[in-house]
Design a protein around this ligand. Sequence first.
Ligand code: TYD
Ligand code: MG
Length: 452
Amino acid sequence: MAKSSPVFTCQTCGAVHRKWAGRCDACGAWNSIIEETPLSSGPKALGSKGRTIALTDLATEEAPPPRTSSGMDELDRVLGGGLVPASAILVGGDPGIGKSTLLLQAAASFAASGVKCLYISGEEAAAQVRMRAQRLGLGQAPVALGAETNLRDILTTLDAERPALAIIDSIQTMWLDTVDSAPGSVAQVRASAHELVTFAKRRGVAIVIVGHVTKEGQIAGPRVVEHMVDTVLYFEGERGHQFRILRAVKNRFGPADEIGVFEMTGGGLAQVANPSALFLSDRDQPAPGSAVFAGIEGTRPVLTEIQALVSPSPLGTPRRTVVGLDSGRLSTILAVLEARCGIPFAGLDVFLNVAGGMRVSEPAADLAVAAALVSAREDVAIPPDMVLFGEISLSGALRPVTQTESRLKEASKLGFSQAVAPTRSKLGQDEGMRVRQMPDLAAFVGEMFGAG
Ligand code: TYD
Ligand code: MG
């Protein structure tokens, strides 16, 4: 076989270059291009060799996929109601966030309900995994354990064992002898994931692939694995916080954006059935700069506390520090406050934080962010029994958001008795609380703080 010419692939974005360069033209990353041998050159000539494939129609009734419950409600919810047979699931996250712990617990839980489970660790020796299992009190769970990185051997074993679920921890340690680059490189990760996904579909084995996230926040450089699998879950959390959030970012068998909340304890991960109570638990006295946002994560309402601190800046360019929110969103809200409400933040350092290590990405959080900022700046506390939500447009108007009713219901359940929402919000019959509807930010700031 003629040796195919080498290609140079960017490990960050996957762009293919003809020759090596220090910087990738496609994504701008430095020192990310390495030489790789292409997998195959593809079919040489089309024609007589191909078979015609059988075609069907769309009308045939298909039963919904049978799902297996993991026995962990938080995990089931994120999977869209349980594990779908023959599906491929990618679990991504920072190193050390708890992926192996979560999946070991999940494997034990599946195994306990009679699902045949195989856990293949490429990172830890079998003894290490066993030790961890014993520490988690899972020593007796009937999970078959393997420590291997050679994918050919792993697939041979899977084929012989035919488990219902196989966990591969992690894809970055796996290698195929047909691909001649190092484990963890794009070529290896792509080829290994492809083999695993194909195997899952052909043999009816559900496969969970663990992937470490690079510091740019992508799994193994490019998102090559993400589009091969059926479901992509991210396990995230702030360092120094014990909360961990499992977030579905893609799911062919269920809603995306669904979250499962866990708490890292000495005895492994514990499920958190009521995250709102947890995220709000350490709120004590009413304090300036704190506002409670009634948010929606997937299908579930979650209340979080937005905290702001505003102080005179010694710097020429004041600091804008954000944790758990988009920093671009903060700049926009600061600009709207200044332009539409006459509240300047020039010369002031602004720190913004979502309590408990939660990440909020909904635009509905705008109003709570603005309220926290003005409250911190004016040194006036927001009533502790108030929740806020609403999207702020550049004109300063408040836009109604989805699922107003479930936001209010959750807040009322947790003992909140008043809410601020945009006008024209779709209210139900009885919210169990006083809801004030505001047309725009200036009206809200005027009424709340007497400013603007
Ligand atoms: P791990 O599952 O090994 O992370 P990953 O596979 O994502 O790299 O989790 C390691 C961290 O979890 C480690 O810092 C210690 C912590 N941990 C606990 O706090 N309690 C426990 O019971 C276990 C098993 C781990
Ligand atoms: Mg691990």
